[in-house]
Write a protein that binds this ligand. Structure first.
Ligand code: ADP
Ligand code: MG
Length: 345
C-alpha cells in the first residue's frame, strides 16, 4: 500500500488526512463513522521515498526472478490521482529537456537500472527487448509502432495463452534506450484532463520487458552424468511487466461528460472485471468456479499474472484525504482480497 501526501489543492481546501500507517504493515483509517485497520506485506506512508518503495516492495527480487525465467508483473491500482503513475514512473517531467530528478524516478526506471546492471555483469548472456501496449476503450494499441494508433487483435492459443498479435518488440541494450522507449510510448498514451488529475491516464498501459537468458540453468546443479554439452544448456525466457491501470472514478466527481464518460465507463467496466476475477481467485481452490478472464481485454492480458504461473506484486495507491474516504476504503478492501490470491510460478 502506498499513501501519497496531501496535494496542495487538498491542503488548501482544508481536507483532513484520515489514513495513518501504524508500522508493521498495518494501515489505519479513521473518520466520522469509520474506524478500520488493514494489514499488508508493506505500507509506505506519505514520507516514503521512491527508493524506499523500490527496496521495500520486493521489486528488486521481482527483477531477479524475471532474469531467472519467471513471468513477473507489477501493477499499480487505485483511484484516479492516487499516485499510480508517480509510483511507477515518477512525476511527469515538465518538459523533455528537463527530466525528473534521479531521486524521484519510479519503480520502472529503478528496475531498468537494476536489470541493466545485471546484464552488464553477465556479459552477453541476457538479450533484452520491450513491448508497450495500451488498452483504450477496449482496444489494444501498440505504443511503440509509429503512425496513428491502430487496434491489434488479442488471441488465445494453448501454448501461449492470451497474446497480442503483431505487437512490436524492440531490442535494447542500454538504460538510455529503454528510458527513451518508455518516454516515447507514454507520450503516445491517451490522457485527458479532468478535475481530479490534470494528466489523468485514460488507458491501461502495459510495458513488458522480455528477458532471454542464454546462460540457462546456471542455478541448477545436476548430477555430473546428466550434464549435457554446455551449448545445450536450456535457456530461460522471463518477462517483467509493468501495468499502469487507469484509475477508477465516479463520473459525477470528475466532471466527465460525452466522450470522457464513454471512456470512464470502459475503464470502470474493465476494472470491475478485474475485481470480479480477483474475488473469485481469492476463494479457496476447492470452492472456485470458472474465472471469467474473457470478460475484458485487461483480464485476458493479465490472466497469467493473476491466476496462472506468474509472480505478481500489486501496489495499491491511496490518497490520505477525508474526501477520498469511500474510494480509499474500497481500494483497501480490493487489495485485501488480492492478497489472498495465489499463483503457481
Ligand atoms: P494516478 O496515476 O493514480 O492518476 P498520479 O501518479 O498522476 O495519479 O498522481 C497525482 C498527483 O499526485 C501528481 O501530481 C503526482 O505528482 C502527485 N503524487 C502522487 N504520489 C505522490 C507522492 N508519493 N509524492 C509526491 N507527489 C505525489
Ligand atoms: Mg496515472
Amino acid at each position: 500500500i502506498r499513501v501519497r501526501p496531501l496535494t496542495c489543492t487538498e491542503t488548501r481546501r482544508g481536507d483532513r488526512p484520515v489514513v495513518h500507517s501504524l508500522g508493521n504493515g498495518t494501515v489505519h483509517v479513521t473518520a466520522a463513522r469509520h474506524d478500520a485497520t488493514f494489514g499488508f506485506s508493506a505500507v509506505f506512508d506519505a514520507g516514503a521515498s521512491q527508493e524506499a518503495v523500490f527496496e521495500g516492495s520486493g521489486m528488486r527480487q521481482l527483477v531477479e526472478l524475471a532474469i531467472d525465467g519467471f513471468s513477473c508483473t507489477v501493477f499499480a491500482f487505485g483511484q484516479t490521482g492516487s499516485g499510480k503513475t508517480y509510483t511507477l514512473m515518477g512525476p511527469l517531467s515538465q518538459s523533455e529537456t528537463q527530466p525528473a530528478a534521479p531521486g524521484l524516478l519510479g519503480l520502472m526506471q529503478r528496475s531498468f537500472a537494476c536489470l541493466l546492471e545485471q546484464s552488464r555483469s553477465r556479459g552477453s548472456d541476457l538479450a533484452l527487448s520491450a513491448s508497450y501496449l495500451e488498452i483504450y476503450n477496449e482496444q489494444v494499441r501498440d505504443l511503440l509502432s509509429p503512425g496513428p494508433p491502430c487496434a491489434l487483435p488479442l488471441r488465445w492459443s494453448k501454448t501461449r495463452g492470451f497474446y497480442v498479435e503483431n505487437q512490436l518488440r524492440v531490442d535494447f541494450e542500454s538504460l538510455e534506450a529503454i528510458a527513451d522507449l518508455l518516454l516515447q510510448g507514454s507520450q503516445r498514451r491517451q490522457t485527458s484532463a479532468h478535475t481530479l488529475n490534470r494528466h489523468s491516464s485514460r488507458s491501461h498501459a502495459l510495458l513488458t520487458i522480455h528477458i532471454h537468458n542464454r546462460a540457462g540453468g546456471t542455478g541448477v546443479t545436476l548430477p555430473i552424468m546428466c550434464v549435457p554439452q554446455p551449448s545445450a544448456c536450456p535457456s530461460k525466457q522471463g518477462t517483467l511487466c509493468f501495468v499502469d491501470l487507469a484509475g477508477s472514478e465516479r463520473v459525477k466527481e470528475t466532471g466527465s461528460s460525452g466522450e470522457l464518460s464513454v471512456e470512464a465507463n470502459n475503464i470502470n467496466r474493465s476494472l470491475l472485471a478485474l475485481g470480479h476475477c480477483i474475488s473469485l481467485l481469492a476463494k479457496p481452490r476447492g470452492k472456485r468456479t470458472h474465472i471469467p478472464y474473457r470478460d475484458s481485454k485487461l483480464t485476458r492480458l493479465l490472466a497469467r499474472s493473476l491466476g496462472g504461473s506468474g509472480i505478481t506484486l500489486m501496489v495499491a495507491c491511496i490518497s490520505p484525504s477525508s474526501r477520498c474516504l469511500s474510494e480509499t476504503l474500497s481500494t483497501l478492501h480490493y487489495a485485501s482480497r488480492a492478497r489472498r490470491v495465489t499463483t503457481k510460478p
